[in-house]
Design a protein. Structure first.
Ligand SMILES: CCCCCCC[C@H](O)CC(=O)SCCNC(=O)CCNC(=O)[C@H](O)C(C)(C)COP(=O)([O-])OP(=O)([O-])OC[C@H]1O[C@@H](n2cnc3c(N)ncnc32)[C@H](O)[C@@H]1OP(=O)([O-])[O-]
Length: 724
């Protein structure tokens, strides 16, 4: 773990490895520093990592075993380093994150490689820097910059860290030699001015306002998530209290977070996101045996909202892109929109100035000519959700594209196998479901069809990673994972309106739970016509609906025609200025309750003899969330998702599920499956005509088996995925 190597006497080099058992590193650091302190031959110490990496911080898995109140030994060692009478220099290569940056802040000097980056990401794990970071960083770089780093957890490159004052020198190469050189140079010089614990936080005239604005900002950004708020409190302590008391406050807040449950959820998400990259399918294909093919040139068909976002994401990742439209006018409109998206993205990334090649428009070609797609390595079709149109395009692509090209369809629900059937290469056809706005949203559902080859899956996953997205491999069914679970959730929201709720009450309950947007604000934003078109396609409404069908039943299932009626009244949501809410003008964003809708609902209930009743928040949450979770269990049992973690990653990165609640399946595990089952049973007895409320057989089985932990669920699933 750590070498006490006298390779360059009189400077002693303490090396420690990347992510490891924190107590072993702490022990070794402690011994090394103590030994150097008493060794008269040692004049200075350099601390560095092995294999070109300083350290990614503490082992996140180790937090589950830390008890609130444990002796914070890392903090003690950092104090020891800082107190050392011999200069200690941190040589940062690769990265210094979390506890590792805290170690570096305890050192008297910091030298970093130009490609190294540093950060305090604890907030993203539901914690705060617990080894003095919240007290030392503000003393080093001032409160505004420290607040920014600590409350967001962002990483900064060495150049920015130098500008901020976190590091003292940047090296293009030989960082450790440079650190040794510096250590020799400063040996014998007084160290008090380099000990951050002895420094005062730089006072600012508007400090109170800075701190209270930061609190308002984090509360707004992370609804209900505690860690950003606690980070602000800890930084506030650095301003208001002497160092030792500030450290005590930091520890108190750290322990509070550690026992909050949110930290557990956020750490679960960290590992779930990584687990999702290790995909398997029910047929036994897996990430271990399939390798991604190199993708140099991508073609995108269709420059509507989705196509524009996808093109922007590809160009941002410096891929060569051909964008195709069907007529000159649409091509010009699409090209203008992409250019402005790229400009906006560039302005959001100040470092673009240093990398003029990023977002390079020369990487992008617009065309009307299908034959230009001939040599594309991968094509993403992003036209309307119209099966006939998609099949026509895939038939054409199959004939035009070179034999090795992969053919992807951006669809949110349609059958991948049917689309693939229009080609002569179904093994190279795959679904890539991007989320709107596609240049912003992180998620891509990667849907494999019956014939999709493992190489095609690996290539689509590789592409997602290249463009900075999180791919999750799922099976093929209507709505895949995300939209299939969203359907019963949105359905409940509308049923609740029929029974007496107002859109705002339903939205407030779910926004209070932590969603950025409640279901009605979300539907208004997405456009109500999208679902209407889909329901017409399915024959649930419109000309294909059998005459004489009762308004509120389809077969024996309860159906609400309310969303259809809104569309028939021209209310498509934000884009028409009217939907479940009213907006100042078409395209405006502020949703206001609409008296028209209120009266319309009263008339609707009268016409259908529905007696409105008061529905409390608990019922709103349980009916919306538990039906969504119930569908998740069905999806696991069907083998459409191979793990609960995959579902959780989809919901967090595609649907705005509050991250600090760990995703719907993790949330279910925290509530306890017996409670979820009991509630579903209660509601399904009250609403026997809502089949999606009937508890899934898999949920019942898990309750019968004694509510096993989430990690064990899949060993009991009917359709077990192979872990080859
Ligand atoms: C009273 C007590 C006092 C306590 C004091 C508190 C101290 C301190 O404040 C707390 C911390 O340091 S908090 C820590 C602050 N630090 C952070 O939050 C850093 C979190 N890590 C990251 O951001 C990214 O992993 C890197 C950027 C390091 C690498 O990115 P990349 O190159 O894309 O690679 P990748 O795919 O992401 O990871 C590769 C493998 O490594 C695994 N793993 C990684 N880090 C781990 C960790 N810390 N732990 C465990 N495992 C970790 C990862 O799961 C994966 O495993 P798999 O089995 O192969 O799937």
């Amino acid at each position: 773990v750590l070498n006490y190597a006298s390779v360059h006497p009189p400077v002693h080099l303490l090396r420690y490895t990347v992510v490891q058992d924190i107590s072993a590193v702490v022990r070794a650091l402690e011994q090394g520093v103590k030994k150097a302190d008493v060794d008269p031959a040692v004049k200075a110490v350099v601390i560095c990592g092995t294999n070109g990496t300083f350290s990614a911080g503490a082992d996140i898995r180790g937090f589950s075993s830390i008890q609130a109140g444990d002796r914070p030994s890392l903090a003690s060692v950092i104090d020891l380093i800082e107190r050392s009478e011999k200069p200690v220099v941190a040589a940062i290569e690769g990265m210094a994150l979390g506890g590792a940056l805290e170690v570096a802040l305890g050192c008297h000097y910091r030298v970093a490689h130009a490609q190294a980056w540093v950060g305090l990401p604890e907030v993203t794990l539901g914690l705060l820097p617990g080894a003095g970071g919240t007290q030392r960083l503000p003393r080093l770089i001032g409160v505004p910059a420290a607040l920014d780093l600590i409350t967001t957890g962002k990483h900064v490159l060495a150049a920015e860290a130098l500008k901020l004052g976190i590091i003292d020198e940047i090296m293009e190469e030989n960082t450790i030699d440079a650190a040794i050189h510096l250590a020799n140079k400063v040996s014998g010089q007084p160290l008090n001015s380099r000990r951050l614990s002895l420094k005062q936080v730089q006072s600012l005239p508007n400090m109170d306002a800075i701190l209270s604005e930061a609190l308002v900002k984090v509360k707004k950004q992370a609804r209900g998530c505690l860690s950003p708020e606690m980070c602000v409190q800890a930084v506030k302590a650095s301003v208001q209290l002497p160092f030792t008391e500030g450290i005590r406050k930091e520890r108190e807040l750290f322990n509070l977070l550690l026992s909050s449950g949110q930290a557990k959820a956020l750490q679960y998400v960290f590992f779930a996101q990584r687990a999702a990259q290790k995909w398997t399918t029910s047929s036994g294909a897996s990430w271990k045996t399939a390798s991604a093919q190199p993708i140099r040139k991508v073609a995108v068909i269709g420059l509507g909202t989705m196509g524009r976002g996808i093109v922007t994401s590809l160009v941002k990742a410096k891929m060569s892109v051909v964008a195709l439209e069907q007529d000159q006018k649409q091509l010009e409109v699409g090209a203008r929109a992409v250019t402005s998206l790229l400009e906006r993205e560039a302005s959001k990334m100040p470092w673009i100035g240093q990398r003029p090649d990023a977002c390079d428009p020369a990487l992008l070609q617009f065309t009307l000519d299908f034959s230009v797609l001939q040599d594309a390595d991968l094509v993403i079709e992003a036209v309307f959700e119209d099966m006939a149109l998609k099949k026509e395009i895939f038939h054409k692509l199959s004939a035009i594209c070179k034999p090795g090209s992969f053919l992807c369809t951006n669809t949110s629900a349609l059958d991948i196998d049917e689309i693939a059937s229009a080609t002569s290469r179904p093994h190279q056809v795959i679904g890539t479901h991007f989320f709107s706005p596609a240049h912003v949203m992180k998620l891509v559902e990667i849907i494999h069809g019956r014939h999709t080859s493992p190489i095609t899956i690996a290539t689509a996953m590789g592409l997602a990673k290249t463009i900075g997205k999180i791919g999750v491999v799922v099976g093929n069914c209507f709505g895949f994972v995300g939209n299939r679970m969203m359907a019963p959730y949105a359905e409940q929201a509308v049923f609740l309106l029929e029974e007496g709720c107002k859109p705002k009450e339903v939205d407030q309950a779910l926004e209070g739970f932590g969603f950025n947007l409640g279901p009605f604000r979300m539907l208004d934003l997405a456009g109500l016509d999208v679902g209407w078109r889909s329901r017409k396609g399915q024959g649930l409404t419109g000309p294909k609906l059998a005459p004489g069908t009762p308004a509120r039943l389809r077969g024996r299932r309860r159906y609400s025609p309310l969303p259809d009626l809104l569309c028939e009244n021209g209310r498509y949501g934000q884009k028409t200025g009217r939907g479940w809410y009213q907006y100042e003008k078409p395209g405006a964003r502020i949703a206001n309750p609409d008296p028209w809708l209120h009266n319309f609902l009263i008339r609707y209930r009268d016409a259908h003899h529905i007696k409105a009743r008061f529905i409390d928040e608990e019922e709103i949450l349980e009916r919306c969330l538990y039906t969504l979770i119930n569908e998740g269990f069905q999806i696991l049992d069907d083998g459409i998702a191979s793990d609960p973690e995959d579902i959780d990653v989809i919901y967090i990165y595609g649907y705005g599920w509050p991250k600090h609640r760990g995703g719907p399946m993790f949330y279910a595990s925290t509530i306890g499956l017996p409670r979820i089952l009991a509630k579903l049973q209660k509601y399904s007895e009250a609403h026997p005509d809502i089949p999606r409320m009937q508890p899934s057989a898999f949920l019942k089985k898990l309750v019968f088996l004694g509510n096993p932990p989430l990690k064990e669920w899949m060993s009991h699933a009917g359709h077990q995925s192979s872990k080859l």
